[in-house]
Design a protein around this ligand. Structure first.
Ligand SMILES: [Cu+2]
Length: 152
């Protein structure tokens, strides 16, 4: 019977190996957010996706798929102690998630057109900022949608 046990053990090892990338503490992941002029569905000047959940240690890469955008922190919506973040116009910018919390992102030129995004990492430690932060009136609608997702 030892050979049969060995076969079972081998199958179990293969199964564990196949599953392991999704189990236990995940290794750092890179998320990609596109900066777009439109999404082809009637929405203009946007981050895609606008809302993402990540793990501390992950990175979020903002890609200038279309020209004329940047990605930068919303100071009133940023975890305490997290590194400051400001990408340049037309440049790729990588945000390293070093603290848990809610990260508010805006495109400076298009913030008045509602170009905002949100990254939530682990425990939303700065949840109170969701209410204290007041976006410009023109960005309110999208902000409310993001806020609803962050509150879940
Ligand atoms: Cu923009």
């Amino acid at each position: 019977m030892p050979s049969r046990l060995a076969a079972i053990a081998a199958i179990a090892a293969v199964a564990l190996f196949a599953v392991s990338p999704f189990a236990g503490p995940a290794s750092a992941e890179e998320h990609v957010v596109k900066m777009l002029n439109n999404n082809g569905k009637g929405k203009f000047m946007l981050f895609e996706p606008e809302f993402i959940k990540v793990n501390v240690g992950d990175t979020v890469k903002f890609v200038p798929t279309n020209k004329g955008h940047n990605a930068e922190m919303i100071p009133g919506l940023w975890p305490e102690g997290a590194a400051e973040f400001k990408g340049d116009l037309n440049e790729e910018a990588v945000l390293t998630i070093d603290k848990p919390g809610i990260y508010g992102i805006k495109c400076l030129p298009h913030y008045p057109m509602g170009m905002i995004g949100m990254v939530v990492a682990g425990e939303p430690t700065n949840k109170s900022q969701l209410d204290s932060y007041k976006p410009v009136a023109t960005a309110e609608k999208r902000y409310e949608a993001l806020k609803a997702q962050a509150g879940q």
